[in-house]
Design a protein around this ligand. Structure first.
Ligand SMILES: Cc1ncc(COP(=O)(O)O)c(C=O)c1O
Length: 380
């Protein structure tokens, strides 16, 4: 289920996300200033949980000229809501999707000769051209034609009348780490290729390599397009990478206190009774669970009345229990923060990621589709 709630009555929901579009737009402007070149917002995975369509409209209003997505379905969803600017699919696109790519003017990533040939055949059948960006492998070990094969691969694309080479790019594996060696090696290999393409008059219009961390930590990776995701959402790519001044988180994850009761000593809490009350304890229930993306693991906490209160017992699918000892004046209906600020206190997605032994990206991408997204400052 996908819940579109551009404006809503918050009283109607147990858990919800608040996303301030004016902050996202400001982040776009600040990162564009820092990069000194075009920034392509990466809006894959439901715009890192923020909601693909509404967020893309906001970035387009802020001046974005490109969007990056992982799959063609995401690109088509953007066209459906009226996104006009260029869109690049960063992942694999099955050749049978070429008619959709051409019809909707969506650029595709290519890195394999057989797939390129299949694209050419489909495009040929339609008597149209498909726009391509060649991805080269410089150290990520994921998608990309090997450096040694890249010039031949690009020459071959030039030889096909139905394939239009728009861009060439690579992806950085360690730009969020202070250890510079890997990134510098990746960039210098990529530059060797660019020089060779330039000398053969085969350098395409658009050259890109930087993700958020690359753009922030390694100015030499910016070329003429920066593909930024996490930093545009106001989250640091890593603990070592400082966001530019003024870039901040645009998202709050909230829920509500839905039950309060005193339980006697020795009372088990939640499935598996991993917690027992030590004395008579005031226990609250909040309306959020692993079905929303809150992981079922120990050590979670939330903010209530600006205080950090622990989640106790196993997280259930739609609810979990909290200790109310520190917040004696809590009442049913009170707002509870899973991440975001409350009364001067804050829990960040990075903090949650640390507790879960993962990265903030995964916390955001794990925000379930069923959580209503409420957009603030739509017009600013
Ligand atoms: C190819 C590619 N470029 C850019 C990005 C954006 O990365 P970040 O969110 O770190 O800016 C990603 C994200 O995973 C990616 O896969």
């Amino acid at each position: 289920m996908r819940v579109y709630t551009w404006q809503m009555m918050l009283d109607n929901y147990g858990t919800w996300l608040e996303i301030d579009l004016s902050i996202l737009k400001k982040n776009f402007v600040l990162l564009s200033e820092l990069s000194g070149t075009n920034v392509m917002p990466i809006v894959k995975a439901n715009a890192y949980g923020h909601g693909l369509e509404r967020v893309a409209v906001a970035f387009e209003e802020a001046g974005a000229e490109w969007f990056g997505v992982a799959r063609i379905e995401e690109a088509l969803a953007l066209r459906e809501v009226g996104i006009k600017v260029r869109i690049l699919v960063l992942g694999y696109t099955p050749p049978s999707r070429i008619p959709h790519a051409i019809q909707e003017n969506i650029s595709l990533t290519v890195y394999d000769p057989l797939v390129a040939e299949a694209y050419s055949e489909y495009a040929n059948g339609l008597k149209k051209k498909v726009n391509l960006h060649v991805k080269v492998e410089s150290g990520m070990g994921r998608l990309g034609v090997l450096m040694k094969d890249a010039v031949g691969f690009i020459e071959n694309i030039h030889g096909q009348t139905n394939l239009l080479l728009e861009g060439v790019f690579t992806h950085l594996a360690c730009a969020d780490e202070p250890e510079k060696e890997v990134t510098e090696k990746q960039v210098s290999q990529f530059e060797v290729l660019l020089n060779e393409l330039r000398s053969k008059d085969r350098l395409p219009e658009i050259v890109h390599a930087a993700n958020s961390a690359g753009a922030i930590n390694y100015p030499g990776t910016r070329f003429n397009l920066v593909r930024s995701g996490i930093a545009l959402y106001g989250q640091p790519p890593s603990a070592e990478t400082k966001l530019p001044e003024g870039v901040r988180s645009a998202i709050f994850w909230k829920t509500r206190l839905i039950s309060i009761k005193d339980l006697p000593p020795g009372h088990g809490i939640s499935y598996g009774h991993t917690y027992h009350t030590k004395k008579t304890e005031c226990i609250g229930v909040i309306a959020v669970g692993y079905g929303d993306g809150l992981r079922r693991q120990p050590g979670n906490y939330v903010l209530l009345h600006g205080k950090k209160v622990p989640i106790i017992g196993n997280v259930c699918m739609d609810q979990c229990m909290i200790k109310l000892e520190e917040v004696p004046d809590a009442k049913i209906g009170d707002e509870v923060i899973i991440f975001g600020e409350q009364n001067g206190a804050e829990i960040t997605s990075s903090e949650i990621a640390n507790n879960w032994n993962t990265i903030n990206y995964e916390v955001l991408c794990g925000l379930a589709a069923r959580i209503p997204r409420n957009y603030l400052n739509i017009k600013n």
